[in-house]
Design a protein around this ligand. Structure first.
Ligand code: ATP
Ligand code: MG
Length: 262
């Protein structure tokens, strides 16, 4: 059974139909890429899954449970975490604090305990800080634990976003262009990191990405959108050679573009 099953999803903004009857199944434990030209509707699909947008029609089931109709925090509680194409970090806080805040859903201390600074709260705080530090280190940012996020390069901030998503210990991670702003060496490390995450956390990844060398090297399945609709779906080797995908998106130059890190 699929972990995530999207059926005939549709959403329009005024006259623009951003997603047209899209169906998509993500297998448990997969790294599944969602690719396509700018404006194809990829981020909108993520926004529907994480309940930032209300779909006009269709269904989104996660582990068999219907998500449409749920509140966005309920989706997070079910074990779905996401990163944002345009970063959603607290720029004035440190890397560590950004990741610690993401773990608040695990904090069991009651409000009176928080207010009184009771022992259980202090112990929990220490545990969460330790866990957050380990997560920051796992994405390669040990040297930036106490750096203010807004002072870091964009590609490094993308890793902080990833760390925040990891901190939620999700079953499904929705990643919107995690490699944006990274150079080739950083993208290589990101690929290893994402594969490691899948192994260590038994997480499933739905990955939106324009860097084709990353997509083709780590994904088992690739779904291609064009103009809001499904254009193709299959293993990376097939998608790379798919005539419609090459015509609409990949062209002849994606390898060259990927090699140039753009
Ligand atoms: N909140 C919104 N209001 C109006 N139009 C929107 C909204 N969100 C998305 N759209 C439109 O829906 C279409 C799909 O946008 P979307 O951001 O999903 O594309 P994308 O595939 O993620 O593109 P990119 O690769 O550039 O990030 C675009 O035409 C966009 O302008
Ligand atoms: Mg997008």
């Amino acid at each position: 059974m699929s972990l995530l099953q999207i059926d005939r999803l549709r959403i329009a903004f005024g006259g623009i139909v951003a997603v047209k009857d899209l169906s998509l199944a993500v297998a448990p434990g997969a790294i599944h890429a969602l690719i396509g030209p700018n404006g194809a509707g990829k981020t909108t699909v993520l926004n529907c899954i994480s309940r930032f947008y209300d779909a006009d029609a269709g269904s989104i089931r996660f582990g068999g449970q219907e998500l449409t109709g749920l509140r966005d925090h309920c989706v997070a509680d079910l074990g779905i975490a996401r990163t944002f194409q345009n970063l959603e970090l607290f720029g004035d806080l440190t890397v560590l604090d950004n990741v610690r805040i993401a773990r608040h859903r695990f904090q069991r201390a009651t409000l009176p305990e928080v207010l009184l600074g009771l022992v259980r709260k202090r112990r929990e705080d220490a545990e969460h800080t330790e866990r957050a530090e380990a997560i920051v280190e796992s994405v390669g940012l040990a040297g930036h634990l106490h750096a203010r996020v807004r002072d870091l390069p964009y590609g490094t901030q993308k890793l902080v976003e990833l760390a925040r998503a990891i901190a939620l210990e999700p079953k499904l991670m929705l990643l919107d262009e995690p490699a944006a702003g990274m150079n080739n060496r950083e993208i290589g490390r990101l690929g290893e990191l994402l594969q490691g995450l899948r192994q260590r956390l038994s997480a499933t990844l739905l990955l939106i990405e324009h860097n084709m060398s990353l997509v083709m090297s780590i994904s088992e399945r690739v779904t291609v959108m064009h103009d809001g609709a499904l254009l193709a779906e299959g293993p990376p080797g097939e998608i790379e050679r798919h005539e419609g995908v090459v015509a609409a998106y990949l062209g002849g130059g994606h390898r060259a573009r990927a090699a140039a890190g753009v």
